[in-house]
Ligand binder design. Sequence first.
Ligand SMILES: C[S@@+](CC[C@H](N)C(=O)[O-])C[C@H]1O[C@@H](n2cnc3c(N)ncnc32)[C@H](O)[C@@H]1O
Ligand SMILES: [Zn+2]
Ligand SMILES: [Zn+2]
Ligand SMILES: [Zn+2]
Ligand SMILES: [Zn+2]
Ligand SMILES: [Zn+2]
Length: 424
Amino acid sequence: MPAPPVGIEKIVIFFNGKMKRYLKFIELPLSERKFCQSCQQLLLPEDWEGHQEHRVMGDVSTTQLRRPSRLLSPLENKKTNAQYLFADRSCQFLVDLLSTLGFRRVLCVGTPRLHELIRLKASGDEKSNIKSLLLDIDYRYSQFYMEDSFCHYNMFNHHFFDGEAALEVCRTFLQDDKGEGVIMVTDPPFGGLVEPLAVTFKKLIAMWKKGQSQDNTHEELPIFWIFPYFFESRICQFFPSFRMLDYQVDYDNHALYKHGKTGRKQSPVRIFTNIPPSRIALPVEEGYRFCPLCERYVSLENQHCEHCGSCTSKDSRKWNHCFLCKKCVKPSWVHCSTCGRCALPDHSCEGPRDGCFVCGELDHKRSACPKISASRKANKAVRKQKQRKSNKMKMETAKGQSMNHTSVPKKKKRRERVHQYLSS
Ligand SMILES: C[S@@+](CC[C@H](N)C(=O)[O-])C[C@H]1O[C@@H](n2cnc3c(N)ncnc32)[C@H](O)[C@@H]1O
Ligand SMILES: [Zn+2]
Ligand SMILES: [Zn+2]
Ligand SMILES: [Zn+2]
Ligand SMILES: [Zn+2]
Ligand SMILES: [Zn+2]
């Protein structure tokens, strides 16, 4: 028998069961293209009978197939872990930014809507031919993508559900072109712990590094980590080269929004990155300006403090400089002479202290204290992570149920912290 042409094994892998179904599906006339909303599944004529009592949508167009994040309903099981999808404005901003910065490959970790917009642009515009690989735990997406553009993945323990073949897809993607022109963009569930995520991202960075030539050893894999601003100290503890941008990431279905004075929605979500902020222009028409002293774009309300020497606001409100604390503080805080620092006016000076029990700072709790040994906490998180069965999560997601990674008391604590930040 003649030897198969080079690469045939790879092609065979692509045409697995799911893909065969997809190819059959797009061959169907429009009137026979159905999607079961109850089961979140594309239906072939032989499946129809089993879904008679379900909510079935007909005439699924090619345009709809190219935007699975609109066809699938976002997972909304838990407030802290819901699938928050980018609003068009933010998604468009990200794609334009990636293109302006000259990236040719984007590893999308938990960003299905960004992945699909990149692919849409690439198919419609010859010039912007950016490739994208999506890693996500939401298995429903496997119906719409080949194995070279989607891997079923758990970002909390760096697990590829389809084993070595999927890991190889990711490795090739990161190491292609000697690792040049690639960026990782991630938007993890906000209820997730920073430590296991950081451990995972370091593994992806190491994978990318292995494809680098020897003389590039000091280079870093460019990353956009999208997360609420109040995790800044935690993220920078693991990735000291990261800076937080002022850009407010908007979502279609975000529970943490609150209305600002202008009536405009204020999002607490920001971009953390190791790309110099001076290279990232934020849209002036959306209320950002360039601060020549800080050499970065900031929101209009974020004023440059001459005493601190920087634009100090973290939450896009105007912060005030306190000469006693020698730093800028949130507008809602006043200096308390009993405590010797700024705090909310209704804090209790006696009784249990607000803020951190370890270092006394008011802007974080003990659990987020940068002074507690990072390694001790990371080890604890990894131990906890190991205890969780990865297949439990696989089953839960397949059923569209909870994607819960944290114990109940921890989650409750985190929700309280989020609330505390948003109401101060
Ligand atoms: C906050 S949403 C971000 C979606 C993004 N804003 C978008 O529009 O493309 C979190 C994403 O991470 C995925 N996700 C949740 N838990 C995950 C896990 N353990 N491993 C990998 N992905 C996960 C969800 O399915 C979801 O797509
Ligand atoms: Zn059904
Ligand atoms: Zn400034
Ligand atoms: Zn100041
Ligand atoms: Zn003060
Ligand atoms: Zn006090």
